[in-house]
Ligand binder design. Structure first.
Ligand SMILES: [Zn+2]
Length: 452
């Protein structure tokens, strides 16, 4: 018998919700930020938890590197086993206690997203699909040649030749192999074309049964959206958004989770009308949620700072990469991805300015008599001593731990405001000075826009 999910809404204030979610024996209280584990270092931080103020409540991996991250850690733990208690115990405890997600990364069918360099050859995330998933040869051949110009045609071929079942099955079994508690069906990036709309409907419904009956885990409805869905202001654009909303409305009763991904928010962050369309879209989801008595939860994948604002407009939890920002990773030059992160000091998540470069942080620290702009468990020990000479490895662990701590603090205050029933308070607590544009993502109907 498989797991069951129970959504227990505790408190709603306008578009913001406090919910207790049970998945089998695991529970998740929302609103909550979910760290995306992009590499070995992130994984070590959440497992070993030496600089985190609170344990993370859920984690999300990328399908293309989850195996590598977990296996590397298992190897490490074997080495340590002789001398000390298994460091893997921490991971084993973690997967027993918190919900795990594995992002199917289906946008990699559309974009050529760099993965790693192997034997001097640049590999893309879609190459990971052939390497890791047991996809049939004919499917591989089509995927290999996919690009935006033949995207629709390629999917039509896959669809017409009935190759969809094997794709669905390999993605689902892979996610469940890596302990995903909520499985996300491999819906390809929805661009608004007829074939992608058809695939969204059909894959979501085809995947639902095997997920719950064969794998015994929880299924979700997945809608990965190309950002241009929100940059079309003509009738066709309006129709596409309306069709997606209607699809959700007619089918969400079969699910407990609606998983959304906007690929990528950074592409609409400079367009006010696009941001407003996105906000409107979220409000429509919230309306469905209300009509359904808050019986499903909304998970937003790969958000950045905007994730917090969406918590006030239908979203229950958002997944955010802790080291890198969400978006396309530009071509990597080194063999090992982790190396690239470590050779620089990386960006620091400033409490009000968002992600800032290390040099900017040093300026702020200097102006501030040596104090960092945050006093979390990870930052505290660097007051008065942070300089450019800090070990890059040490700093990378600290700044990532800090990012997890800071987001958690920020979201916990939102949860507190919901609990007190103070919606305006939520908005005021959100640091609008980081980027005032985020106000466009909030519901239109409330009078809170008068605050600013
Ligand atoms: Zn901090």
């Amino acid at each position: 018998m498989g797991n069951i999910a129970i959504i227990n809404p505790l408190k709603r204030v306008e578009g913001a919700l406090q919910t207790e979610i049970s998945i089998g024996i695991k529970t998740l209280s929302t609103p909550v930020p979910i760290p995306k584990i992009k590499g070995q270092m992130d994984f070590g931080i959440v497992c070993d938890n030496t600089q985190l103020e609170k344990n993370v409540k859920a984690i999300c991996f990328d399908l293309y590197n989850v195996a590598e991250i977990i296996h590397k850690r298992r190897e490490l733990s074997k080495q340590y086993n002789l001398k000390m208690r298994s460091i893997d115990e921490n991971y084993d405890n973690l997967i027993k206690q918190i919900p795990i997600l594995v992002d199917p990364n289906t946008e990699a069918f559309y974009f050529k997203i760099p993965w790693k360099i192997k034997q001097k050859k640049q590999l893309y995330v879609r190459d990971a699909f052939y390497e890791l998933l047991s996809l049939p040869e004919n499917v591989k051949k089509i995927i290999e040649k996919m690009e935006p110009s033949n995207y629709n045609q390629s999917w039509s071929t896959i669809w017409n030749e009935e190759m969809m079942v094997s794709i669905i099955d390999s993605f689902i079994s892979y996610q469940s192999l890596y302990n995903a508690d909520i499985v996300i069906p491999p819906v390809p990036l929805v661009t608004g074309s007829n074939i992608t709309m058809q695939l969204m409907r059909s894959i979501n419904s085809k995947a639902r049964r095997p997920i719950s009956e064969i794998y015994g885990v929880i299924s979700s409805m997945y809608i990965p959206l190309h950002y241009k869905i929100f940059t079309r202001f003509d009738d066709r654009g309006e129709k596409i958004r309306e069709d997606i909303i209607n699809y959700i409305k007619e089918n969400i009763a079969f699910y407990k989770f609606l998983v959304i991904k906007l690929v990528w928010y950074s592409n609409i962050s400079n367009s006010k009308p696009a941001r407003k369309e996105y906000g409107k879209f979220l409000s429509k989801i919230d309306k469905i949620k209300k009509e359904m008595k808050d019986s499903f939860a909304v998970i937003l994948l790969d958000a950045g700072a905007e994730g917090r604002y969406t918590l006030a407009n239908s979203v229950d939890c958002f997944v955010e990469p802790v080291g890198k920002r969400a978006g396309v990773i530009r071509g990597s030059k080194k063999e090992d991805d982790e190396e690239i992160e470590i050779i620089t000091h990386g960006n620091y998540l400033h409490p009000t300015e968002g992600w800032i470069p290390f040099n900017r942080l040093l300026e702020i620290v200097k102006e501030n008599k040596g104090l960092l702009p945050c006093s979390c468990q990870a930052c505290d020990k660097y007051h008065g001593i942070l300089s450019k000479d800090i070990s890059k490895l040490e700093w990378n662990i600290a700044r990532r731990s800090h990012a997890i701590n800071l987001r958690r603090r920020q979201v916990d205050t939102i949860a507190g405001s919901i609990n007190k029933g103070k919606y305006d308070d939520i908005i005021l607590r959100i640091d609008v000075d980081e980027d005032r544009n985020f106000i466009d993502l909030l519901p239109r109907n409330s009078n809170l826009n008068n605050i600013y």
